[in-house]
Design a protein. Structure first.
Length: 105
């Protein structure tokens, strides 16, 4: 428990900030799960508030933009190659281990 007056105030302040940050982080998580165009501004706000690092915000926005596609409305479709692919080889059956029998003399 804090003893000095300033330590008591610091505890109250930290408790209030923790609750606020926890709420904001949950908002961010929900927005990322929804993965819509509104998530970009919330990611920027979270970086401004100090909830996440600026580099993480940039990375999240990059991944989100890639997932939403060029128009930002629907998930991007993966490009498929027209080149023929080689058929996969069938897996070889595992060799049975032989157990050496020992006899006592």
């Amino acid at each position: 428990m804090p003893i000095s007056k300033s330590a008591k105030k610091a505890l109250r302040s930290a408790t209030a900030k923790t609750g606020r940050n926890r709420y904001r982080k949950e908002l961010l998580k929900d927005a990322l799960k929804a993965a819509d165009a509104n998530s970009f501004s919330l990611i920027d706000k979270a970086a401004k508030w100090g909830i996440i690092h600026e580099n993480k915000a940039a990375r999240l926005k990059s991944h989100l933009a890639k997932a939403l596609g060029p128009d930002g409305l629907e998930p991007a479709k993966k490009a498929t190659s027209t080149a023929p692919t080689k058929p996969k080889k069938a897996a070889k059956p595992a060799a049975k281990k032989t157990v050496k029998k020992t006899t006592k003399k």
